[in-house]
Design a protein around this ligand. Structure first.
Ligand code: GRF
Length: 215
């Protein structure tokens, strides 16, 4: 059965666009029921509207606490009864209650080869460390920020000429392949996370997750 997807964003939404495009191309057995942003001006909301998807914003500043904001989000999201919640550049830290509510059906994409470089400024940190390899990771979301079990990774090579900007562009290109594929596999019941760990086609994946072979 086709899966119901809700996407959370805070910004440009290029990953959201990649998922919309993959659905339009028939590559994902699912439908985006709604896109939610904590920022009304997020361009990703415009992308959703152009695709005919309900686009909602909830301003976190309208709430006294993180708990209240997250509760309001849960109420909005659950109207759409999602099978999968996709964090695509959603820049708010989520409460434990929120994470538990969607555990096993919430994924995030992070612009580094986790467990390296959790948090911000990942491209500059990879450059500063002299890494020759960098990339992005799709992971299931747990209470630990950028710390949930890894599902899939895509790698890029770092050249001597790279800057944080050029690396960001390289990583984004891989994200736009990796994230739709992760969503497609989840929606096809191929990718899951349970007590047995992260499984692809019923077999446990290594700790770093499935490695996308694209170079
Ligand atoms: C991506 O780099 C993603 O890894 C990070 O936020 C960025 C979102 O970009 N979590 P976009 O809004 O999808 O263009």
């Amino acid at each position: 059965m086709s899966k119901r997807i809700v996407v959370l964003i805070s910004g440009s939404g290029s990953n959201l666009q990649a998922i919309i495009d993959a659905i339009d191309a028939g590559q994902i057995n699912g439908r985006i029921e709604a896109v939610l942003s904590n920022k009304a001006e997020a361009y990703g909301l415009e992308r959703a509207r152009q695709a005919g998807i309900p686009a909602l914003s909830i301003n976190h500043r309208d709430f006294e606490s993180r708990e209240q904001f997250d509760q309001a989000m849960i109420e909005q999201i659950d109207r759409y009864q999602p099978d999968l919640l996709v964090l695509a550049g959603f820049m708010r830290i989520l409460t434990a209650d929120f994470v538990r509510h969607y555990q096993g059906r919430m994924v995030n994409i992070h612009p580094s080869l986790l467990p390296k470089y959790k948090g911000l400024n990942t491209h500059q940190r990879a450059l500063d460390a002299g890494d020759t390899e960098h990339g992005c990771t799709v992971h299931f979301v747990t209470e630990e920020l950028d710390g949930g079990p890894l599902a899939m990774q895509g790698r890029v090579s770092v050249s001597a000429e790279d800057t944080a900007d050029s690396l960001q562009q390289k990583v984004h290109r891989v994200e736009h392949i990796l994230y739709p594929l992760a969503v497609a596999w989840f929606c096809a019941d191929r990718l899951s996370w349970s007590a047995d760990g992260v499984l692809l086609d019923g077999a446990p994946l290594p700790a770093q997750g499935y490695q996308l072979d694209q170079e």
